[in-house]
Design a protein around this ligand. Sequence first.
Ligand code: MG
Ligand code: MG
Length: 265
Amino acid sequence: MVLFREQIRYKSRKEVDKLREAGRLAANALRLAAKAAKPGVTLLELDRLAENYIRKQGAVPGFKGYHGFPGTLCTSVNDKVVHGIPSDYALRDGDVLSIDCGAKLDGFNGDTCLTVGVGHISEKSENLIRTAQLAMFRGIEFSKVGNRLGDMSTAVQSFAEGAGYSIVREYIGHGIGRDLHEDPQVVYADQPSGTGFRFEPGMTITIEPILVDGNHACQVESDGWTVRTKDGSWSAQFEHMIAITNEGPRILSLPDPDFELASGL
Ligand code: MG
Ligand code: MG
């Protein structure tokens, strides 16, 4: 592992494979929780499902205790944007739930999130969720050797804004490795094409733009964690960890086939 530039920790192939294993566990746990997210189920029940799965695999929850965060999952409903603490809130038909999951295995972090509709959701919500997922994949597609951060971020921002959504500015992607949050900072807005870091082999980062169906301004609630939109608009987010390789981006947080959701998320 070599440290240089803005303290980016470039990973060996072996380290990338370790991250893949952590990412796989986080992705599987995330889908267990997503499949269980039905009307009447509480956020704490989802959290326990994910935690039990992660511990049974010999890993530990990656977020629990991180700066004091109490959950295995971040569970953010409707106008909550990120870092929602799992509570006894019982999900309702029509809710839009973003779930973020971290798992640490052999000292390496997995970090991945997705958004699901609870029960029957509106067409507006479906569009928001689908566009957030496509925005993430657009970010992954542009995270390749030869591009700079601004090329990827402009692709994501123009796609999201072209579809009528805005991108949250304060909560961004990051390098990932032995630490959950490493350099570089990975933004998805306001970074001109041709500027910012160059994507280089050995970098491991997260692609996790947050889309909002209104204004992107956010505020933190009194619990010190939960972030919500100021104007009450709803949000959706998808996150994959990727490794930059000469052959293109390698997604490190795909689930095992048994855990995939019917919709293919
Ligand atoms: Mg995450
Ligand atoms: Mg992340």
